[in-house]
Ligand binder design. Structure first.
Ligand SMILES: Cc1cc2nc3c(=O)[nH]c(=O)nc-3n(C[C@H](O)[C@H](O)[C@H](O)COP(=O)(O)OP(=O)(O)OC[C@H]3O[C@@H](n4cnc5c(N)ncnc54)[C@H](O)[C@@H]3O)c2cc1C
Length: 426
């Protein structure tokens, strides 16, 4: 959708085909962190008012990032920099809300309930996309932005492979109430908590507080221009997002029962509680307060690097070509970066195939670099998942985090690395 906005603003004729039946269907997960790379792409591609709506619909920005142990004791706290502008900061957004923003004012080019199945090249070189309902559409370029199981990729690059990262995650939402918020360590929120625990278990905690109330009306106390933007934005009619805490527990696949991917709801919440017997009672209470209907398992996969391929007029972006583990929280941001680069290439005035070749050359480089860095951070083959060595690795990790918390030079280095990955301008 970011690509479609950017191309359309540049006067290119675009059509988007989405398999979801309506703009509000599908479970696309809960929270996504948008970093400066992602914001820069959105700002460049979206109409200015829609970009402002995107900013106005984000949750309260995270002010800190804290590493915790399983007793909710902090090992390292990073205070995130104050935003310098509406791009150079960390944003927390609900995936459903971001989708609603991106669908806004695109009704005439967006076709729902269209499942892509294959493409073919026409004698004049143009490309036709065929859909499961028997319809098709022909254009000069086809971009597969169809996610991890991309049928466009399977046809275009049949040799491209995905592998299991050896990690399973379970994610869920807890309604934000006085009780649920009081369970978290003081001063953690608004922010992000990451529990690193024995047996390679990790649990991410996100605070998602929106500028609209349970009845969907803009809350009192938010700026008047944001109030006006929200009141005028038709997307709020389709958005079902209310304040929540989002938790996501992950561990290597062997720590979960073999049938974890078939489990759901309350069963999964019970499983997570049983897997963490020595964790703090506040975390167990948080699990107990979970809206069980929101709980689902994810088998984390990662793309295997593909060598550059001969360019034609079918290309790929985002997870369709470089799926990555959530280790660095940059998968969506890299997809947005692709969209921005592709808009620039296709509107540069150069011959289309030259533009696509340059786009693919750069995208393969930074995309797979991000895949590999994410896997190093969250992969089932990491030392922390091993039976005995894992304890040693966790102890070393905690010592490093505590030392970094106390020694300003180390902390500055740690922060600089974090900001560099996320494209922050300093
Ligand atoms: C637990 C978890 C946490 C994450 N957190 C972050 C984070 O904080 N920050 C971050 O940057 N990234 C994060 N990511 C990664 C991020 O979710 C993905 O990288 C991102 O969604 C990829 O976007 P995409 O547009 O390429 O694909 P998708 O978001 O998967 O979108 C693909 C679209 O194509 C449609 N589609 C699929 N098949 C077809 C078809 N055959 N025909 C028509 N339409 C089709 C789908 O319905 C969907 O709308 C996380 C991932 C996980 C698993």
């Amino acid at each position: 959708m970011c690509l479609a906005h950017g191309l359309r603003r540049a006067g290119v004729d675009v059509a988007v085909y989405e398999r979801d039946r309506t703009r509000a269907t599908g479970l696309h997960g809960y929270r996504v962190g948008i970093d400066p790379h992602g914001s820069r792409a959105l700002k460049a591609c979206l109409p200015p008012e829609l970009y402002r709506t995107f900013v106005a619909t984000c949750a309260k920005p995270p002010e800190r990032f804290a590493f915790l142990d399983e007793h909710l004791r902090r090992t390292l706290t990073i205070t995130l920099r104050e935003p310098t502008d509406d791009v150079n900061d960390e944003k927390s957004v609900s995936r459903m809300t971001l989708r609603q923003v991106l669908f806004t004012a695109m009704e005439d080019v967006l076709h729902f309930d269209k499942t892509f199945i294959r493409y073919r090249h026409e004698p004049d070189g143009r490309v036709t996309a065929c859909f499961a309902d028997g319809t098709s559409d022909t254009g000069d370029v086809l971009v597969g932005a169809d996610g991890v199981n991309s049928p466009v990729r399977r046809q275009r690059l049949p040799h491209a492979r995905l592998e299991d990262a050896g990690i399973v995650a379970v994610a869920a939402k807890v309604p934000m109430t006085l009780e649920s918020t009081s369970l978290m360590p003081e001063g953690l929120f608004p922010g992000i908590g990451l529990v690193l625990a024995p047996r390679g278990m990790a649990c991410i905690l996100h605070w998602m507080e929106f500028p609209w109330a349970a009845d969907g009306r803009p809350k009192a106390g938010i700026g008047s221009s944001d109030r006006e933007l929200l009141a005028a934005w038709p997307g709020l009619l389709f958005d079902n997002t209310r304040d929540y805490l989002n938790w996501g527990l992950s561990a290597s696949t062997d720590k979960f029962p073999a049938d974890v991917m078939q489990r759901s709801g309350a069963d999964l919440v019970r499983l997570v509680t049983a897997m963490t017997p020595r964790w703090d009672a506040r975390l167990h209470r948080l699990f107990a307060l979970t809206d069980a209907s929101t709980c689902f398992p994810i088998n984390i996969r990662t793309s295997v690097r593909v060598d550059p391929w001969p360019t034609d007029n079918v290309t790929l972006l985002g997870d369709a070509i470089h799926t990555m583990t959530p280790g660095q929280g940059v998968g969506a941001n890299t997809a947005l970066r692709d969209a921005h680069n592709l808009v620039r290439a296709l509107t540069s005035g150069r011959p289309v195939l030259d533009a696509l070749r340059d786009y693919e050359r750069d995208m393969i480089e930074y995309g797979f670099k991000a895949v590999e860095a994410s896997k190093r951070q969250t992969g089932g083959d990491q030392l922390v998942h091993r039976p005995v060595l894992g304890r040693v690795a966790l102890a070393a990790q905690r010592t490093f985090l505590r030392a970094t918390d106390r020694i300003p030079l180390l902390k500055r280095r740690f922060e600089a690395g974090l900001y560099e990955v996320r494209g922050t301008e300093t």
